[in-house]
Design a protein around this ligand. Sequence first.
Ligand code: MRU
Length: 357
Amino acid sequence: MPVETLVWVGDRPGHVRMIEQTMLPTRFEELDVRDVPGMVDAIYRLAVRGAPAIGVAAAYGMLLGVQDLEGLSGLEMMATTREVADTLAKARPTAVNLFWALDRMVKRAQSELDGGADGDAIRDALFDEAHSIFSEDQHTCEALGRHGAKLISEGGTYLTHCNAGALATANTGTALSPFYEAQRQGKKIAVFADETRPLLQGARLTAWELMQSGIDVTLITDNMAGRVMFEGKIDAVFVGSDRIARNGDVCNKIGTYSVAVLAKEHGVPFYAVAPLSTFDRKITSGDDIPIEERPPEEITAGFGRQTAPDGVKVYNPAFDITPAHLVTGIVTEVGLIENPTQESVEAVMREAGIELI
Ligand code: MRU
Protein backbone atom coordinates (compact mmCIF):
# COMPACT_ATOMS: atom_id res chain seq x y z
CA MET A 1 0.00 0.00 0.00
CA PRO A 2 1.59 3.35 -1.02
CA VAL A 3 0.21 5.27 2.02
CA GLU A 4 -2.06 4.59 4.97
CA THR A 5 -4.83 7.14 4.48
CA LEU A 6 -6.87 6.37 7.58
CA VAL A 7 -6.84 3.67 10.24
CA TRP A 8 -8.66 2.86 13.45
CA VAL A 9 -6.19 3.08 16.34
CA GLY A 10 -6.63 0.97 19.46
CA ASP A 11 -9.51 -1.30 20.30
CA ARG A 12 -12.45 0.20 22.20
CA PRO A 13 -12.30 3.02 23.01
CA GLY A 14 -10.19 3.92 20.02
CA HIS A 15 -9.87 6.75 17.55
CA VAL A 16 -9.21 7.41 13.88
CA ARG A 17 -5.79 8.45 12.63
CA MET A 18 -5.77 9.95 9.16
CA ILE A 19 -3.40 11.78 6.88
CA GLU A 20 -4.28 15.50 7.03
CA GLN A 21 -4.56 15.78 3.26
CA THR A 22 -5.00 19.56 3.23
CA MET A 23 -1.32 19.88 4.22
CA LEU A 24 0.06 17.75 1.37
CA PRO A 25 2.40 17.89 -0.44
CA THR A 26 4.50 20.33 1.56
CA ARG A 27 3.78 18.81 4.98
CA PHE A 28 2.97 15.26 5.98
CA GLU A 29 0.85 15.50 9.11
CA GLU A 30 -1.49 13.08 10.76
CA LEU A 31 -4.75 14.01 12.41
CA ASP A 32 -6.36 12.12 15.29
CA VAL A 33 -10.14 12.29 15.18
CA ARG A 34 -11.86 11.38 18.45
CA ASP A 35 -15.48 12.45 18.12
CA VAL A 36 -18.33 12.82 15.64
CA PRO A 37 -18.07 16.63 15.16
CA GLY A 38 -14.35 16.13 14.52
CA MET A 39 -15.15 13.57 11.82
CA VAL A 40 -17.78 15.79 10.18
CA ASP A 41 -15.22 18.60 10.13
CA ALA A 42 -12.47 16.36 8.71
CA ILE A 43 -14.75 15.17 5.89
CA TYR A 44 -16.06 18.66 5.09
CA ARG A 45 -12.57 20.26 5.11
CA LEU A 46 -11.25 17.45 2.88
CA ALA A 47 -8.72 16.34 5.48
CA VAL A 48 -10.05 12.96 4.37
CA ARG A 49 -11.59 12.87 0.90
CA GLY A 50 -12.20 10.61 -2.06
CA ALA A 51 -15.39 8.55 -2.18
CA PRO A 52 -14.29 5.20 -0.68
CA ALA A 53 -12.17 6.88 2.03
CA ILE A 54 -15.16 9.05 2.96
CA GLY A 55 -17.22 5.85 3.32
CA VAL A 56 -14.68 4.28 5.66
CA ALA A 57 -14.37 7.56 7.59
CA ALA A 58 -18.15 7.66 8.04
CA ALA A 59 -18.26 4.07 9.33
CA TYR A 60 -15.49 4.80 11.80
CA GLY A 61 -17.22 8.09 12.69
CA MET A 62 -20.21 6.00 13.79
CA LEU A 63 -17.94 4.10 16.17
CA LEU A 64 -16.73 7.38 17.68
CA GLY A 65 -20.36 8.21 18.40
CA VAL A 66 -21.31 4.96 20.13
CA GLN A 67 -18.14 3.52 21.61
CA ASP A 68 -18.52 5.07 25.09
CA LEU A 69 -22.17 4.06 25.56
CA GLU A 70 -22.54 1.28 28.12
CA GLY A 71 -25.59 -0.59 29.34
CA LEU A 72 -28.17 0.89 26.95
CA SER A 73 -31.21 -1.00 25.82
CA GLY A 74 -31.27 -2.13 22.20
CA LEU A 75 -33.82 0.56 21.34
CA GLU A 76 -31.77 3.32 22.98
CA MET A 77 -28.65 2.26 21.09
CA MET A 78 -30.60 2.12 17.84
CA ALA A 79 -31.85 5.69 18.38
CA THR A 80 -28.30 6.93 18.99
CA THR A 81 -27.02 5.02 15.96
CA ARG A 82 -29.56 6.76 13.74
CA GLU A 83 -28.79 10.16 15.26
CA VAL A 84 -25.03 9.77 14.69
CA ALA A 85 -25.65 8.58 11.12
CA ASP A 86 -27.85 11.62 10.41
CA THR A 87 -25.13 13.94 11.70
CA LEU A 88 -22.39 12.34 9.61
CA ALA A 89 -24.60 12.31 6.52
CA LYS A 90 -24.52 16.13 6.49
CA ALA A 91 -20.74 16.29 6.02
CA ARG A 92 -20.75 16.21 2.18
CA PRO A 93 -23.55 15.58 -0.33
CA THR A 94 -22.15 13.99 -3.50
CA ALA A 95 -20.06 10.88 -2.82
CA VAL A 96 -22.62 8.13 -2.34
CA ASN A 97 -20.13 5.98 -0.43
CA LEU A 98 -20.80 8.19 2.60
CA PHE A 99 -24.51 7.29 2.59
CA TRP A 100 -23.81 3.70 1.54
CA ALA A 101 -21.54 3.16 4.57
CA LEU A 102 -23.93 4.87 7.02
CA ASP A 103 -26.84 2.89 5.63
CA ARG A 104 -24.92 -0.33 6.04
CA MET A 105 -24.06 0.52 9.66
CA VAL A 106 -27.67 1.41 10.51
CA LYS A 107 -28.95 -1.76 8.83
CA ARG A 108 -26.50 -3.89 10.80
CA ALA A 109 -27.64 -2.27 14.05
CA GLN A 110 -31.27 -2.85 13.07
CA SER A 111 -30.73 -6.50 12.27
CA GLU A 112 -28.97 -7.03 15.64
CA LEU A 113 -31.88 -5.27 17.36
CA ASP A 114 -34.38 -7.43 15.47
CA GLY A 115 -32.45 -10.46 16.70
CA GLY A 116 -32.96 -9.31 20.30
CA ALA A 117 -29.54 -7.71 20.94
CA ASP A 118 -29.09 -5.20 23.75
CA GLY A 119 -27.19 -1.92 23.37
CA ASP A 120 -23.76 -3.36 24.14
CA ALA A 121 -24.18 -6.17 21.61
CA ILE A 122 -25.32 -3.70 18.94
CA ARG A 123 -22.29 -1.53 19.67
CA ASP A 124 -19.98 -4.55 19.29
CA ALA A 125 -21.66 -5.45 16.00
CA LEU A 126 -21.09 -1.91 14.73
CA PHE A 127 -17.37 -2.31 15.42
CA ASP A 128 -17.42 -5.52 13.42
CA GLU A 129 -19.26 -3.84 10.52
CA ALA A 130 -16.96 -0.79 10.35
CA HIS A 131 -13.84 -2.95 10.30
CA SER A 132 -15.42 -5.06 7.54
CA ILE A 133 -16.10 -1.92 5.48
CA PHE A 134 -12.42 -1.00 5.87
CA SER A 135 -11.05 -4.41 4.94
CA GLU A 136 -13.51 -4.92 2.08
CA ASP A 137 -12.31 -1.63 0.61
CA GLN A 138 -8.76 -2.93 0.76
CA HIS A 139 -9.70 -6.08 -1.21
CA THR A 140 -11.85 -4.08 -3.61
CA CYS A 141 -8.93 -1.81 -4.52
CA GLU A 142 -6.86 -4.88 -5.35
CA ALA A 143 -9.61 -6.27 -7.58
CA LEU A 144 -10.02 -2.89 -9.32
CA GLY A 145 -6.29 -2.91 -9.94
CA ARG A 146 -6.35 -6.43 -11.40
CA HIS A 147 -9.25 -5.72 -13.77
CA GLY A 148 -8.00 -2.26 -14.72
CA ALA A 149 -4.41 -3.35 -15.39
CA LYS A 150 -5.68 -5.46 -18.31
CA LEU A 151 -6.41 -2.15 -20.06
CA ILE A 152 -2.86 -0.90 -19.54
CA SER A 153 -0.09 -1.63 -22.04
CA GLU A 154 3.65 -1.75 -21.64
CA GLY A 155 5.03 1.70 -22.49
CA GLY A 156 1.56 3.32 -22.36
CA THR A 157 0.80 6.86 -21.20
CA TYR A 158 -2.39 7.63 -19.30
CA LEU A 159 -4.23 10.72 -18.10
CA THR A 160 -5.99 11.00 -14.77
CA HIS A 161 -8.01 13.75 -13.07
CA CYS A 162 -8.29 14.63 -9.37
CA ASN A 163 -7.03 12.01 -6.92
CA ALA A 164 -8.48 8.54 -7.04
CA GLY A 165 -5.49 6.83 -5.52
CA ALA A 166 -4.36 5.48 -2.19
CA LEU A 167 -5.21 8.81 -0.57
CA ALA A 168 -8.85 8.34 -1.60
CA THR A 169 -9.31 4.78 -0.28
CA ALA A 170 -8.11 2.32 2.34
CA ASN A 171 -5.63 0.76 -0.08
CA THR A 172 -4.24 1.49 -3.56
CA GLY A 173 -7.14 3.53 -4.86
CA THR A 174 -9.68 3.25 -7.63
CA ALA A 175 -8.40 4.89 -10.85
CA LEU A 176 -4.76 4.68 -9.76
CA SER A 177 -4.96 1.02 -8.70
CA PRO A 178 -4.53 -0.24 -12.29
CA PHE A 179 -1.36 1.87 -12.54
CA TYR A 180 0.07 0.37 -9.34
CA GLU A 181 -0.88 -3.13 -10.47
CA ALA A 182 0.65 -2.56 -13.93
CA GLN A 183 3.83 -1.36 -12.24
CA ARG A 184 3.82 -4.46 -10.02
CA GLN A 185 3.51 -6.60 -13.16
CA GLY A 186 6.65 -4.93 -14.50
CA LYS A 187 4.95 -2.71 -17.11
CA LYS A 188 6.64 0.64 -17.63
CA ILE A 189 3.98 3.34 -17.84
CA ALA A 190 3.72 7.11 -17.64
CA VAL A 191 0.89 9.21 -16.23
CA PHE A 192 -0.22 12.76 -16.90
CA ALA A 193 -2.03 14.22 -13.88
CA ASP A 194 -4.42 17.16 -14.30
CA GLU A 195 -3.79 19.58 -11.45
CA THR A 196 -7.57 19.70 -10.88
CA ARG A 197 -8.69 23.19 -9.98
CA PRO A 198 -9.74 24.62 -7.63
CA LEU A 199 -8.32 22.52 -4.79
CA LEU A 200 -5.52 20.90 -6.80
CA GLN A 201 -6.04 17.31 -5.67
CA GLY A 202 -4.21 16.24 -8.84
CA ALA A 203 -1.17 18.43 -8.20
CA ARG A 204 -1.05 18.10 -4.43
CA LEU A 205 -2.12 14.47 -4.02
CA THR A 206 -1.92 12.42 -7.25
CA ALA A 207 1.47 13.80 -8.27
CA TRP A 208 2.71 13.28 -4.72
CA GLU A 209 1.53 9.70 -4.31
CA LEU A 210 2.63 8.57 -7.80
CA MET A 211 6.08 10.06 -7.15
CA GLN A 212 6.22 8.20 -3.81
CA SER A 213 5.58 5.00 -5.74
CA GLY A 214 8.13 5.67 -8.47
CA ILE A 215 5.56 5.96 -11.28
CA ASP A 216 6.58 8.41 -14.01
CA VAL A 217 4.16 11.31 -13.51
CA THR A 218 3.92 14.62 -15.38
CA LEU A 219 1.76 17.41 -14.00
CA ILE A 220 -0.36 19.56 -16.34
CA THR A 221 -2.95 22.24 -15.70
CA ASP A 222 -6.53 21.24 -16.50
CA ASN A 223 -6.65 23.33 -19.67
CA MET A 224 -3.68 21.40 -21.12
CA ALA A 225 -5.52 18.07 -21.31
CA GLY A 226 -6.77 18.86 -24.84
CA ARG A 227 -3.28 19.75 -25.99
CA VAL A 228 -1.67 16.50 -24.77
CA MET A 229 -4.44 14.47 -26.43
CA PHE A 230 -4.06 16.48 -29.65
CA GLU A 231 -0.34 15.68 -29.56
CA GLY A 232 -1.23 11.98 -29.40
CA LYS A 233 0.41 11.54 -26.03
CA ILE A 234 -2.49 9.83 -24.20
CA ASP A 235 -3.46 6.16 -24.68
CA ALA A 236 -6.42 6.21 -22.28
CA VAL A 237 -7.99 8.22 -19.48
CA PHE A 238 -8.62 6.68 -16.03
CA VAL A 239 -10.74 8.52 -13.46
CA GLY A 240 -12.52 7.56 -10.26
CA SER A 241 -16.10 8.33 -9.40
CA ASP A 242 -18.13 9.69 -6.51
CA ARG A 243 -21.45 8.29 -7.68
CA ILE A 244 -22.63 6.28 -10.67
CA ALA A 245 -26.27 6.27 -11.73
CA ARG A 246 -28.01 3.09 -12.88
CA ASN A 247 -27.80 4.30 -16.50
CA GLY A 248 -23.99 4.51 -16.29
CA ASP A 249 -23.69 8.31 -15.91
CA VAL A 250 -20.53 8.99 -13.94
CA CYS A 251 -20.21 11.76 -11.39
CA ASN A 252 -16.66 12.78 -10.55
CA LYS A 253 -14.57 15.81 -9.66
CA ILE A 254 -15.36 18.97 -11.61
CA GLY A 255 -13.52 18.94 -14.94
CA THR A 256 -13.97 15.21 -15.58
CA TYR A 257 -16.75 15.87 -18.10
CA SER A 258 -14.47 18.19 -20.11
CA VAL A 259 -11.79 15.48 -20.16
CA ALA A 260 -14.35 12.91 -21.38
CA VAL A 261 -15.50 15.21 -24.20
CA LEU A 262 -11.89 15.77 -25.23
CA ALA A 263 -11.20 12.04 -25.09
CA LYS A 264 -14.17 11.34 -27.41
CA GLU A 265 -12.97 13.96 -29.90
CA HIS A 266 -9.48 12.42 -29.97
CA GLY A 267 -10.56 8.77 -30.00
CA VAL A 268 -8.99 8.15 -26.58
CA PRO A 269 -10.71 5.50 -24.39
CA PHE A 270 -12.23 6.95 -21.22
CA TYR A 271 -12.51 4.60 -18.21
CA ALA A 272 -14.09 5.18 -14.82
CA VAL A 273 -12.83 2.89 -12.08
CA ALA A 274 -15.15 2.48 -9.12
CA PRO A 275 -16.31 -0.04 -6.54
CA LEU A 276 -19.93 -1.16 -6.53
CA SER A 277 -20.39 0.90 -3.35
CA THR A 278 -20.18 3.95 -5.65
CA PHE A 279 -23.19 2.81 -7.71
CA ASP A 280 -26.39 4.44 -6.50
CA ARG A 281 -29.17 1.86 -6.56
CA LYS A 282 -31.77 4.62 -6.12
CA ILE A 283 -31.14 6.75 -9.18
CA THR A 284 -31.42 6.10 -12.88
CA SER A 285 -29.74 9.23 -14.24
CA GLY A 286 -26.84 11.52 -13.42
CA ASP A 287 -29.35 14.40 -13.38
CA ASP A 288 -30.49 13.17 -9.96
CA ILE A 289 -27.05 13.38 -8.34
CA PRO A 290 -26.71 16.30 -5.90
CA ILE A 291 -23.69 18.37 -6.82
CA GLU A 292 -21.81 19.92 -3.92
CA GLU A 293 -21.15 23.65 -4.16
CA ARG A 294 -18.20 24.84 -2.16
CA PRO A 295 -17.23 28.29 -0.81
CA PRO A 296 -16.20 31.01 -3.32
CA GLU A 297 -12.90 31.56 -1.49
CA GLU A 298 -11.65 28.24 -2.88
CA ILE A 299 -11.57 30.03 -6.24
CA THR A 300 -10.92 33.64 -5.30
CA ALA A 301 -8.28 33.07 -2.64
CA GLY A 302 -7.15 29.47 -3.00
CA PHE A 303 -4.39 28.60 -0.56
CA GLY A 304 -4.46 32.02 1.04
CA ARG A 305 -3.57 34.24 -1.91
CA GLN A 306 -6.23 36.47 -3.43
CA THR A 307 -6.46 35.89 -7.19
CA ALA A 308 -9.75 37.59 -8.07
CA PRO A 309 -11.32 41.00 -7.43
CA ASP A 310 -13.14 41.59 -4.15
CA GLY A 311 -16.84 40.87 -4.42
CA VAL A 312 -16.73 39.01 -7.76
CA LYS A 313 -19.58 36.53 -8.29
CA VAL A 314 -18.38 32.93 -8.14
CA TYR A 315 -19.86 29.55 -9.10
CA ASN A 316 -17.99 26.65 -7.51
CA PRO A 317 -19.56 23.23 -8.19
CA ALA A 318 -17.20 20.52 -6.93
CA PHE A 319 -18.37 17.73 -9.25
CA ASP A 320 -19.80 17.16 -12.71
CA ILE A 321 -21.57 14.39 -14.60
CA THR A 322 -20.09 12.53 -17.54
CA PRO A 323 -22.95 10.98 -19.53
CA ALA A 324 -22.66 7.23 -20.09
CA HIS A 325 -22.28 7.62 -23.86
CA LEU A 326 -18.87 9.23 -23.30
CA VAL A 327 -17.69 6.36 -21.08
CA THR A 328 -15.78 3.55 -22.81
CA GLY A 329 -16.03 1.36 -19.75
CA ILE A 330 -16.50 1.20 -16.00
CA VAL A 331 -14.00 -0.99 -14.17
CA THR A 332 -15.53 -2.54 -11.04
CA GLU A 333 -14.27 -5.14 -8.61
CA VAL A 334 -16.29 -7.75 -10.51
CA GLY A 335 -14.98 -6.78 -13.94
CA LEU A 336 -15.35 -4.31 -16.79
CA ILE A 337 -18.72 -2.93 -17.90
CA GLU A 338 -18.06 -1.96 -21.52
CA ASN A 339 -20.09 0.88 -23.09
CA PRO A 340 -22.31 1.08 -20.00
CA THR A 341 -26.07 1.26 -20.43
CA GLN A 342 -28.88 1.05 -17.90
CA GLU A 343 -29.35 -2.59 -18.85
CA SER A 344 -25.71 -3.61 -18.41
CA VAL A 345 -25.16 -1.58 -15.23
CA GLU A 346 -28.31 -2.90 -13.57
CA ALA A 347 -27.41 -6.46 -14.59
CA VAL A 348 -24.04 -6.17 -12.81
CA MET A 349 -25.68 -4.61 -9.74
CA ARG A 350 -28.30 -7.37 -9.56
CA GLU A 351 -25.70 -10.07 -9.98
CA ALA A 352 -23.74 -8.52 -7.09
CA GLY A 353 -26.85 -8.83 -4.93
CA ILE A 354 -27.65 -5.12 -4.88
CA GLU A 355 -31.37 -4.60 -4.48
CA LEU A 356 -32.54 -1.90 -6.90
CA ILE A 357 -35.13 0.51 -5.57
O1 MRU B 1 -13.59 16.48 -3.45
P1 MRU B 1 -12.83 15.18 -3.38
O2 MRU B 1 -11.36 15.35 -3.29
O3 MRU B 1 -13.39 14.23 -2.33
O4 MRU B 1 -13.16 14.51 -4.78
C1 MRU B 1 -12.64 13.24 -5.03
C2 MRU B 1 -12.89 12.79 -6.40
O5 MRU B 1 -13.62 13.36 -7.16
C3 MRU B 1 -12.28 11.50 -6.76
O6 MRU B 1 -11.93 11.50 -8.11
C4 MRU B 1 -13.30 10.43 -6.49
O7 MRU B 1 -13.68 10.39 -5.15
C5 MRU B 1 -12.82 9.19 -7.01
S1 MRU B 1 -12.88 7.76 -6.06
C6 MRU B 1 -11.42 7.57 -5.33
